[in-house]
Every structure is written in C-alpha cells, then in structure tokens.
Write a protein that binds this ligand. Structure first.
Ligand SMILES: Nc1nc2c(c(=O)[nH]1)N[C@H]1C(S)=C(S)[C@@H](COP(=O)(O)O)O[C@H]1N2
Ligand SMILES: [Mo]
Length: 360
C-alpha cells in the first residue's frame, strides 16, 4: 500500500469534518466503548501530516541536551494509561452565535490506551535549569495558517504547531504525561502523531502535541499563535483565559437520540469525564427541568485517565415523548451548565446534553 492508501484506509470509519487538513469525528456509536478502537478515534490536525525524521531533540535551558530515537524511548520504563482526549472545540456547532473555527459536532472525544515513556523520566536525564518556567513541545507539522486570530509577529505562510506546559507539571511524575509511541497496543498511526507524541491527561487535547520533534526548556513563558492566539477563552464579560483542563461533562450513549422504546423500563447508559477531578456523581432528569435522580457510576480507576461509565434504570416509561438529560459533577465540585459557556472561538462546550425519545 502507498502512504496515501494507508491514510485513506485509516480514515474510512470516521465522520469527516474537513478534508485538508484532515479533521474527523468519531462515529456516535464509538462513545459507547470503554476504549475507542484506533480507527474510530477522532482526528484533529491543524496542518497536513508531516514527515518526521525519527528523532526527538531535548534542548534549551538544560544541563545535558539530548537527542533520542524511538528505540531510546522504548528502552526506558514503559507506562500504560487509558486517556480520554477531547478537542477543546468539541460541541462548537451547538453554540449561538456560531463561533469561528472547525465545525465540530459532539464527537471529537475518544479514549485510547497509550504506551510510552514518562515525560518526567525523559526530562530527568537532561537536568532542566533551576530558573526554567515552561516546557515547549514542538511538532514536525507546519504550513500556511491564514486565520483571523493570528498574532501580528507570526509568519502566516509557514507556522509550526507548538505548545508549552508549566515546567512544574512537565517534571511531576504524578502528572502521568507520556511521550507515547503506542496507541491501543500498536505503533502510532500517522494521523495520531507517529512516531511519538505527548499525551497530557486531564487537559484538552491541544496539549498533547503530535509528531513530537523537539522539547525546549524555556526560562520565559511561550506566547506563540497556538498558545495565545488560539486555544484561548475569549469571554464577552471576563478577562481572556487559556484553555487548559477539560470541563466536566456527561454524555448519553444509549438510547440514541430520537429512538423509539418498546418497553416500560430501560437502562440508560453513558460516559462522563472531567479534567478537574474524577466524576463523583451523574444525575438524570426525565422532566426537562430539575428533579435530578442519581445514576450508578463506575468509580474512577486511580491509575487511569479514561472516561467513567454510568447507567440509570428508568422505570414506568409512559407512552409518548420523553426528555432525557444527564449531568455530571466532579471531585472539585464542578457541575455542567444548562447553556454552553459562549466564547468567541467556541471552546469548552460542556452544556448538559438533552435528548428526546418516544415510547410506543
Ligand atoms: N503537532 C500537532 N499536535 C497536535 C495538533 C496539531 O495540529 N499538531 N492538534 C491538537 C489538537 S487541537 C487535538 S484535539 C489533538 C487531537 O489528537 P488526535 O488527532 O490523535 O485525536 O491533537 C493535538 N496535537
Ligand atoms: Mo483540539
């Protein structure tokens, strides 16, 4: 198979949003799985899939700069985590007025099992300077980027994808950040960042830099386009804020919206996740208003960063049309809002989902 055939085969099961750069959602049914099969995992790229020379350079304010290959990373202790990745723009199409940006529906969210070296272990080898403040992660992808939010000093004809993280987080072994080289037990696919990428649990997936080619330890905060021009909440009535942790969210996976039920009882199922702590409660409402009733919730696995399953036994379903809503609460006490929190670039929609079903 040629490289182009390969990409086409990998993309066949997804719901395409944009052909170039290739952006695609998971099919809705994929949300029901605990772990998303690789061919059903959503894809979001700002540029075309790049060539990668197979090396990772670690440089900047470090005592001992280093260049690593895939074999070097594989020789380090391997860590495995399920991680839910959600695009910060997921659900943008639900916002009014419609923000600019990729027109994502509600399925730019997936959960894969990732294997890689711990970023902490890699950074320990290069001895970051005491006055380091951030770690800049640079992708191999680049290209023209003629969008409205562009910073005045950036080169719009050839921009590279890069993002920074606070150094304290990057060097913390407990943050679980991986330089991942396997997804669901197989080498990374090209769309998902081959040969290796960052996987940053809890954060909106923009932090998980694909096609990682360089890590640069910085003594000043990074202010490039993908850090301060995009991936910023531009609130109408409050100061702008960077997009960081995923907002708390529950989704209903069964019944499907608009379906017709035949029985007077039904087990409603779904998923819930949050970047600000494990989910502690999911509640279901059948009236379109308050009247929240607790669902059964699978406890979070303390070793993992994947979505949690929930279910609710719905009994005494009368003939006619019904509203179903599900609302998650996390350990930090965050709860979902009724209306998506509008911001100019359309990030972080975690509004309570509402579906309708009929009983005949
Ligand atoms: N190098 C690079 N990394 C990137 C991006 C990108 O455009 N280039 N997109 C980011 C965004 S916005 C998302 S949502 C995730 C998507 O990861 P996936 O395509 O594996 O689902 O990758 C992130 N990492
Ligand atoms: Mo994203």
């Amino acid at each position: 198979m040629t490289v182009a055939d390969d990409l086409e085969a990998a993309r066949a099961s997804l719901v395409m949003i944009n052909p170039a750069p290739y952006n695609a959602e998971a099919p809705p049914a994929a949300l029901a799985d605990d772990v998303t099969r690789t061919e059903l995992h959503y894809v979001r790229s700002n540029f075309a899939v790049p060539e990668h020379d197979g090396t990772l350079e670690i440089t900047g304010a470090v005592g001992a700069p280093l260049t690593l290959t895939l074999d070097d990373l594989r020789a380090m202790p391997a860590h495995h985590h399920a991680v839910t990745l959600e695009c910060a723009g997921n659900g943008r199409l639900e916002m009014r007025p419609l923000p600019t940006g990729e027109p994502w529906g509600d399925f730019a969210v997936s959960t894969a099992r990732w294997t890689g070296a711990l970023l902490h272990d890699v950074l320990a080898e290069v001895e970051p300077a005491a006055d380091a403040v951030e770690l800049l992660a640079v992708g191999a992808d680049h290209g023209p980027y003629h969008l409205q939010a562009i910073l005045p000093e950036t080169d719009q004809d050839n921009l590279t994808f890069m993002r920074s993280l606070p150094i304290a987080q990057a060097t913390d072994p407990g943050s679980g950040i991986l330089i991942a080289y396997e997804m669901n037990g197989r080498p990374l696919e090209r769309d998902h960042g081959a040969p290796f990428r960052l996987i940053v649990p809890h954060w909106y997936a923009v932090a998980s830099v694909k096609w990682l080619t360089r890590l640069d330890v910085l003594t000043e905060p990074y202010t490039g386009e993908f850090q301060t021009g995009h991936y910023i909440y531009e609130w109408p009535d409050q100061p702008h804020e960077p997009v960081t942790l995923m907002r708390v969210r529950a989704r209903i996976t069964d019944p499907a919206p608009g379906s017709t039920l035949d029985q007077d009882s039904y087990t409603v199922r779904g998923k819930a996740w949050s970047g600000t702590g494990p989910i502690t409660a999911v509640d279901v409402s059948l009236t379109g208003e308050g009247d929240w009733q607790p669902a059964e919730l699978r406890p979070a696995d303390p070793e993992d960063y994947g979505w949690q399953e929930w279910s609710f036994t719905w009994e005494g379903i009368g003939v006619g049309r019904h509203t179903l809503r599900a609302r998650a609460t996390d350990a930090a006490g965050n709860v979902q809002p009724d209306v998506p929190p509008w911001n100019r670039l359309g990030y972080g929609n975690n509004a309570i989902e509402v579906i309708y079903v009929d009983r005949r």
